[in-house]
Ligand binder design. Structure first.
Ligand SMILES: [Fe+2]
Ligand SMILES: [Fe+2]
Length: 258
């Protein structure tokens, strides 16, 4: 049995300290096999926000892997955004990643493959939205195709690949095509964040159904639910998802920021 905590959208700079303490305590007490963080580690990709993220993630007593979110690309520095947009993220990744994965693939009974959905620039006004580049998709599919046949695969990305009915939207460019390609390969699930509400659903595609799993947020940028994260249990070929919710958050807190 493999037990993973899937957390997302910590947004250091506008983090929810109580939610972070809660999750860190659960990691300590329940010792999951790994922690997967699907992006938006910071609010504005400031150095001090990355430093705070590094302190919190680095103190978790579990293997960790992280993906970048749209908030993790330099916001105030356009030169860096275009020349080396992932520099700060990579520095953090090098600091906090602990071997849940080997060359992008993971563990004995389960593989984890990243599909990037963030872009330094896009031909549309809102750069926060997701996009799946042709090369990025090809790279992820090649990783999946190189795995031993039958090995279950979880794909991680920041933006949901298609809309999932949450208040927040992803509007991921190229998402339908990517999701169909992943369905064709029979992946176990596609993990994401970004919309700040949890979900677990089976989505139809031209190539068959595929499971999409979203983790909520551990920040103050709440949408419709208190801070949550997903507990994933993989046992005898079955993946079970449980959204665990921080209790005691007043209802008027919801929807504050959007
Ligand atoms: Fe976010
Ligand atoms: Fe995001």
């Amino acid at each position: 049995m493999i037990r993973l905590f899937h957390i997302s959208d910590l947004h250091f700079g506008l983090e929810d300290r109580r939610a972070l303490d809660w999750v860190a305590g659960l990691v300590r007490d329940e010792a999951p096999d790994g922690v997967i963080i699907t992006g938006d580690l910071t609010m504005r990709a400031r150095s001090r926000e990355f430093a705070a993220a590094a302190r919190w993630i680095g103190a978790l007593d579990a293997p960790v892997r992280i993906d970048p979110g749209n908030h993790d690309l330099p916001y105030f520095n356009p030169v860096e955004r275009f020349i080396d947009p992932y520099r700060r993220f990579r520095a953090l990744e090098a600091t906090v990643t602990r071997p849940l994965l080997l060359d992008g693939l993971a563990m004995d009974a389960l593989a984890i493959v990243r599909l990037p959905t963030t872009a330094a620039a896009q031909w549309r006004l809102n750069w926060s939205r997701g996009t799946v580049g042709t090369a990025a998709l090809a790279h992820a599919l090649a990783q999946i195709d190189a795995l031993p046949p039958g090995l279950p695969v979880l794909v991680t990305c920041h933006h949901p690949l298609v809309e999932v009915g949450t208040q927040g939207r992803a509007l991921t460019h190229g998402g339908n095509r990517a999701l169909a390609a992943l369905a064709q390969r029979g992946v176990l699930g596609v993990l994401s964040g970004h919309v700040h509400d949890a979900f677990d659903m089976v989505n139809p595609t031209a190539s068959g159904p595929v499971r999409m799993i979203g983790a909520g947020t551990l920040s103050q940028r709440l949408r419709t639910t208190p801070p949550t994260f997903n507990q994933l249990t993989f046992d005898q070929g079955q993946l079970t998802v449980c959204a665990r919710q921080l209790e005691g958050v007043p209802a008027e807190a919801f929807g504050r920021y959007h």
